[in-house]
Design a protein around this ligand. Structure first.
Ligand SMILES: *Cc1c(COP(=O)(O)O)cnc(C)c1O
Length: 552
């Protein structure tokens, strides 16, 4: 890697001067043949240079430590004159930076929700950058805004199935909104709770609404002391962030116990609601969140049952389907999300199982008028009655991600996405079978969708633990936790493959937390052969490096 510590003022080439000529060269469109050729050359270098990198390097290696790398990035001054030409910048990115980034596209990289994307996404992203539309207002996006409304209606109909007349009425209606693009799942969840909050504390006589008057006035106007949100303890931490930002306090997200299958325990949920009502009638249950694809385990809450509870108590029902939403494409597996159609709002991430490039989130709402409670207008943009998509949206300026999604749906077709979903789920099931066949591994959470967790747990230890008392069980589990933690780290550092790890507790009565290895299978190139290799490697790592730590 080039040493960035050298003082660039001494080494800057003479021809790199920031003058008007240089500026014009940077801005002018490539109109003559020579400059066109140059730009095409750069584009080729970018597309295929990175392609080479993505093929060659696998996983995250520790060949160079992060600390070592960071020493190359210490200069904090901006150079007066340009340091590099575009060609050199691209070469540097390909040759010096990319090899130290993470090859999330490797089929051996099965630890996170970030993975390979179809190559056409790079082209679509480039077009979006080239057009540079700003969908906050129609004056900077025109047709792209109506395309966005159309693609939102398409996904909405996949979730809510409201029938053709409904979509004909709303698809281009400027007074209604079926959903909104956000930066990611975090901001989609925030938007959902923002909407729920504003709808619950709406304007009424003598009170102009929580959005205008703030939380204390709203609580006073509605005779409320506290506002809580109920979700399984496997809920994503973005809900806590949202409650914090919305002035409700992040501790207002109350974790509900899960059942043996890591789904929200419906009895515990009902009991909590009963307790809250009994303890203080001035506590408001703002929303219940059902998870469709928990980040750690991929498990899906019983959405239909939660919907019923929300309906009975008139509580906002939000489904966090950031991960699992696109399962709806699959005829074979969409039933897993049954009940989602009764929700008030749904989060789906584009950069997860829509295989879009970073970053894209979306929020869908059943009631096309509910997003009015977060509407903002201003004189220069977001005029009343316009198709300005910034009116009911947390973001201001934003890129036309809708264009990428719309094109991707056309290129893939619902069936194409279904194939990806089915492959993930079926490969995860095959992997689960393989884990159960091996006597030194324990499947901890079987895959409902395409995520599973397991741990190294040698057969003889399993026999021991079966007859152990509570203390002994804890001791053995702690030893296993250390081994699994080390195993995950050693495998990551070896750089051939990557699984992630997390800590789980089966239920409130489980003796202790256990460290588990977590795999997320979304890359169509990942097959059972590769997953077997990953297990083989793990067995080898334990044998070669960790066998002394095995619990007696
Ligand atoms: C990924 C995820 C989120 C957060 O989404 P970001 O796009 O990372 O902000 C929220 N909920 C669930 C269930 C997720 O899997």
């Amino acid at each position: 890697m080039a040493d960035n510590r050298t003082d660039k003022r001494l080494t800057a080439k003479k021809d790199l001067v920031a003058d008007w000529n240089h500026l014009m060269r940077v801005f002018l469109r490539p109109e003559d043949d020579a400059s066109r050729q140059t730009l095409i050359k750069y584009m080729e270098q970018m597309l295929f240079g990175l392609h080479e990198f993505l093929k060659k390097h696998v996983g995250i290696t520790e060949a160079k430590s992060l600390k070592e790398l960071s020493e190359h990035f210490m200069i904090t001054e901006i150079s007066e004159d340009p340091e590099k030409k575009l060609a050199d910048v691209i070469t540097c990115l390909i040759k010096e930076i990319a090899p130290h980034a993470v090859n999330v596209a490797s089929p051996y990289f099965v630890g996170h929700m970030t993975s390979a994307i179809p190559f056409f996404m790079v082209h679509l992203k480039t077009i979006v950058a080239a057009l540079n539309q700003n969908v906050v207002k129609v004056e900077t996006s025109k047709v792209v805004s109506v395309i966005e409304k159309q693609v939102i209606a398409k996904i909405h109909s996949m979730i809510y199935k409201r029938g053709r007349p409904f979509y004909e009425k709303h698809v281009q209606d400027t007074d209604t909104t079926l959903g909104v693009f956000t930066e990611g799942g975090t901001t989609a969840n925030l938007t959902a709770l923002w909407v729920a909050r504003n709808a619950r504390f709406a304007p009424k006589s003598g009170f102009s609404g929580i959005e205008s008057e703030g939380v204390p006035s709203a609580f006073a106007a509605y005779n409320v002391d506290r506002c809580v949100i109920l979700a399984s303890r496997l809920a994503h931490y973005s809900l806590r962030k949202a409650a914090g930002i919305l002035g409700l306090g992040c501790n207002s997200v109350i974790p509900i116990e899960t059942d043996a299958d890591y789904r929200i325990d419906i009895d515990a949920l009902k009991e909590t609601i009963k307790q809250i009502h009994a303890e203080n009638s001035r506590t408001c249950i703002l929303a219940i969140v059902g998870i469709a694809g928990a980040t750690e385990t991929g498990t899906v809450d019983p959405l239909a049952q939660i919907a019923e509870i929300c309906n009975t108590h008139n509580i906002h029902f939000h489904v966090d389907a950031a991960w699992g939403g696109p399962t709806l494409f699959s005829k074979e597996y969409r039933h897993l999300l049954d009940g989602i159609q009764h929700s008030d709002s749904v989060t789906i991430d584009g950069h997860k199982q829509f295989y879009m490039p970073m970053t894209c989130g979306m929020l869908y709402v059943r009631d096309p008028k509910i997003l009015d409670v977060i509407a903002y207008h201003s004189n220069y943009v977001n005029r009343r009655g316009s198709v300005d998509l910034g009116i009911r949206s947390l973001s201001g300026s934003r890129e036309a991600n809708s264009l990428i999604l719309d094109c991707a749906l056309k290129i893939m077709g619902a069936k194409g996405y279904a194939l990806l979903i089915n492959h993930g789920i079926e490969t995860a099931r095959a992997f689960a079978e393989e884990i159960e066949k091996r006597e030194d591994f324990q499947l901890v959470t079987p895959p409902v969708l395409n995520i599973l967790t397991y741990r190294f747990f040698p057969a003889r230890t399993r026999e021991r633990i079966a007859h152990a008392d509570m203390d002994e069980k804890e001791r053995i589990n702690s030893a296993l936790n250390v081994i699994n933690r080390d195993l995950q780290r050693l495998q990551r550092e070896a750089g051939n493959s990557f699984v992630s790890r997390t800590t789980l507790r089966q239920n409130a009565f489980a003796p202790c937390e256990i460290v588990v290895l977590r795999t997320v299978i979304m890359n169509p190139m990942t097959d059972i052969g590769i997953l077997r290799e990953i297990l083989d490697e793990q067995e080898q790592i334990v044998k070669n490096h960790l066998s002394e730590n095995l619990p007696e």
